[in-house]
Design a protein around this ligand. Structure first.
Ligand SMILES: O=C(O)CCC(=O)C(=O)O
Ligand SMILES: [Fe+2]
Length: 564
C-alpha cells in the first residue's frame, strides 16, 4: 500500500496538538496534561516555545484575547494579580529584553484536572537539555488553593476525570509484582546459575567499556531529535543478535522462514540505521536459559490477537534471538518513560529483562487514557509501580505489558550502594578478573532485554515470502515504527475517519476493547524533528503477517484465507 500522508485538516491540527502535548508530557512528567496544554496554546502550538517556557519556569502572558488561554485567564487570573505582580518583579523586564515575543504566562495554581500528584512547580532556572529537565527533582510545593467560588446553578456538569491517580507503590516480592501488574509482569529472582551471572556481569562491563576480546568499541548513547533539539539517551547501550548462521537455521522451514540473517546486521532504531553485534559466549549461554524460563512461563498463558503464534516444537516457540544491552554507570544514568517499539516484535510481545550488578528500581506507569470513560463507567485507577531489580533477577514483561504500561529506570537521588560480585560466585572468573572483583565495588547496572524478532515482522528481503509487506515506509522513505495505541488516540482518530489507509467501515467494526497498533513515521527522530506525519493502523491480514504469513504454513489455521 503506498504511503500517504494524512491530509492537513483541523483533525490533523488536533492530532499535532495532542502529539505536542504528549511530547511535552514525556519531557515534563510532573506537569499535568492540562497545564502543558495551556503552555502550548499560549505558545500558539509552537512546541519549541512551549518547551522553553516550561523548562525555564516562565509564567504565561498572551495578548491574544481570542485564545483559549486568554479566556481562561479572564476567568481565573483576575483575583490572583499578586502572582502576576510577583512575576513582573521577578524577571519580566529582563525576559522582555531577551525575547521580544510575549512571555508565556500561566498562573501556577491554575490547574484543574491534575493527573499526577505533586505536579506543581515553582519557576525553575534555565536547563541544558530535555534530560536535565527529566532529572529535575519532583516538585513538592503547591500554592494555596484559591477560595472555591459558590457553585452556580447554571454551571455545566463537570467533565468526569479520565482516570484517578493513586499513590505510588514499591513492589519488592514476585507475588506483589504479579498482583499489582495484573499478571502482566513476572519477577524471577536468582534466575541464572550464580557463577554465570557473575561472569556475564564482569564481561559485559568490559564490553560496555570497549575492553572486550572482540575489539569492538564501547557501547554508545543513542542520539535523536525531539522536536528540533538533539537529545542523547542518559545511558549507553548496544544491540546484540544471534549469529547469522544460527538465525537462518532457527526455523524448521528456514528457506521460507522469512528471516534474512543479513537483515539483522543492520536495523532501524529512532529513524536511523544501527549495526548489531553477535551475542558473546556468555550472553549466548544466558539467553538459552532465559529462553527456557520464558517458554515455561508462557505455557498456558492465553495468546492475544496478533501475538506470536509459534508452537512448542523445536525452533517454534519464543526465542530470544536479539537483545538490547544497557549500561547505567552510576545513579545519574537512567532511561525515561517509554514503551518498547514493536516494529520487529509485533503486537503483544514478550520481553525478558535480566539485571546484573547494582540494584535499581524499575518503574512502571500505566498509559493514561486520553478520554474519559463512557457515562456510567468509573474512571480507571492508575498508579506508578517501582520494582527494585537486584543482581541476577529476570523481569518478564508478558504480552500486554508494553500495551498497558510505560517503563523507566529513573535516576537515583542521593547515595547508591556499590555492587560487589558475591565471593561464592567468583569460581568461573579468570585469575585477572578475580583479582579485579576482589578489589572493586561496581557502580554499573547492566541490563539485557531479550526479545524475539518475528519472521513475520522482519525487514523485507529476497527470501521473504510472496504477499509479505516487511516494514512499511513513510513518505520520508524511512521504515516506520510500530506502536500500541495505549492511550486510545488512534482509535479516536479512526472514529473520526482520519488515518491513512484506514477503511472506516471495517475499522469501525472493530471491537472497542481490541487494542489497535499503528505504523508511524519516525524519520523526524533523525531529521531535525521533521517527519511527514504518516500513520496507519496495522492490518495483519493485508500485510501478510501472523497466521497469514506464508512462511509459517504450519501455523495456519484450518479455513484461513491466505494471501500470497
Ligand atoms: O534497563 C532496564 O531495565 C530497561 C531497559 C529498557 O527499557 C529497554 O532496553 O528498552
Ligand atoms: Fe524499554
Amino acid at each position: 500500500m503506498p504511503p500517504a500522508a494524512e491530509p492537513r485538516d483541523t483533525r490533523n491540527d488536533d492530532n499535532t496538538r495532542s502529539k505536542h502535548i504528549d511530547t511535552l508530557r514525556s519531557l515534563f512528567p510532573t506537569h499535568s496534561r492540562s497545564r502543558l496544554a495551556r503552555y502550548l496554546d499560549a505558545a500558539r502550538n509552537d512546541l519549541e516555545r512551549a518547551f522553553r517556557a516550561v523548562a525555564t519556569g516562565q509564567d504565561i502572558v498572551d495578548g491574544d484575547t481570542t485564545s483559549k488561554l486568554s479566556r481562561k485567564r479572564a476567568r481565573v487570573q483576575e483575583p490572583r494579580r499578586g502572582r502576576l505582580d510577583q512575576w513582573v518583579r521577578r524577571g519580566g523586564s529582563e525576559s522582555a529584553e531577551r525575547e521580544p515575543a510575549p512571555v508565556l504566562v500561566l498562573s501556577d495554581s491554575d490547574d484543574d484536572d491534575d493527573d499526577d500528584d505533586a505536579s506543581r512547580t515553582e519557576p525553575k532556572p534555565p536547563r541544558k537539555s530535555a534530560f536535565d529537565v527529566l532529572r529535575a527533582p519532583a516538585p513538592s510545593t503547591r500554592s494555596a488553593p484559591a477560595p472555591a467560588p459558590a457553585p452556580s446553578p447554571f454551571a455545566a456538569a463537570p467533565t468526569p476525570p479520565a482516570y484517578v491517580s493513586l499513590p505510588p507503590l514499591t513492589l519488592s516480592t514476585p507475588a506483589l509484582v504479579a498482583h499489582h501488574t495484573g499478571g502482566l509482569v513476572t519477577l524471577v529472582e536468582d534466575a541464572l546459575p550464580p557463577e554465570l551471572a557473575a561472569r556475564l556481569f564482569v564481561r559485559l562491563v568490559s564490553e560496555s567499556r570497549g575492553e572486550g576480546p572482540t575489539g569492538d568499541g564501547p557501547w554508545t548513547k543513542n542520539k535523536w531529535y525531539l522536536v528540533d533539539r538533539e537529545v542523547e539517551s542518559p545511558h549507553t547501550s548496544c544491540f546484540y543478535r544471534e549469529a547469522p548462521e544460527r538465525l537462518a537455521a532457527s526455523s524448521s522451514s528456514s528457506r521460507s522462514s522469512g528471516y534474512d540473517p543479513a537483515a539483522f546486521d543492520e536495523y532501524w532504531y529512532n529513524g536511523a540505521h544501527r549495526s548489531a553485534r553477535a551475542f558473546t559466549r556468555e550472553t549466548d549461554e544466558a539467553r538459552e536459559l532465559v529462553g527456557e524460563v520464558v517458554r515455561v512461563l508462557m505455557r498456558g498463558r492465553e495468546r492475544r490477537e496478533g501475538e506470536w503464534e509459534g508452537g512448542e516444537g523445536e525452533g517454534e516457540g519464543w526465542r530470544p534471538n536479539v537483545a538490547v544491552a544497557n549500561c547505567y554507570r552510576g545513579g545519574q544514568e537512567s532511561v525515561g518513560f517509554h514503551s518498547d517499539v514493536l516494529q520487529y516484535l509485533g503486537p503483544f510481545p514478550t520481553i525478558a529483562s535480566l539485571t546484573l550488578g547494582v540494584t535499581r528500581p524499575f518503574r512502571l506507569r500505566p498509559f493514561l487514557p486520553s478520554r474519559p470513560p463512557p457515562p456510567g463507567v468509573p474512571p480507571p485507577q492508575v498508579r506508578t509501580l517501582d520494582i527494585p531489580l537486584r543482581h541476577n533477577s529476570l523481569l518478564v514483561m508478558h504480552a500486554g505489558c508494553q500495551e498497558a504500561f510505560k517503563h523507566a529506570v529513573p535516576p537515583v537521588k542521593g547515595g547508591m550502594d556499590l555492587f560487589r560480585v558475591p565471593r561464592a560466585a567468583r569460581g568461573a572468573l579468570s585469575d585477572e578478573e578475580r583479582r579485579e572483583v576482589e578489589s572493586t565495588g561496581y557502580r554499573e547496572r547492566i541490563n539485557l532485554t531479550f526479545r524475539h524478532y518475528r519472521p513475520d515482522f522482519a525487514p523485507l528481503s529476497s527470501t521473504s515470502p510472496a504477499g509479505y509487506m516487511g516494514t512499511p515506509k513513510c513518505a520520508c522513505g524511512v521504515p516506520c515504527t510500530l506502536r500500541p495505541d495505549g492511550r486510545g488516540r488512534a482509535r479516536a482518530s479512526l472514529e473520526r475517519g482520519a488515518g491513512a489507509g484506514a477503511t472506516p467501515d471495517k475499522d469501525q467494526d472493530r471491537d472497542r476493547d481490541e487494542m489497535l497498533f499503528f505504523w508511524v513515521c519516525n524519520a523526524g527522530a533523525q531529521n531535525e524533528g521533521r517527519g511527514c506525519g504518516y500513520w496507519r493502523v496495522l492490518d495483519m491480514e493485508k500485510e501478510g503477517r501472523g497466521r497469514w504469513f506464508a512462511g509459517r504454513r504450519e501455523n495456519r489455521r484450518e479455513g484461513d484465507d491466505v494471501q500470497v
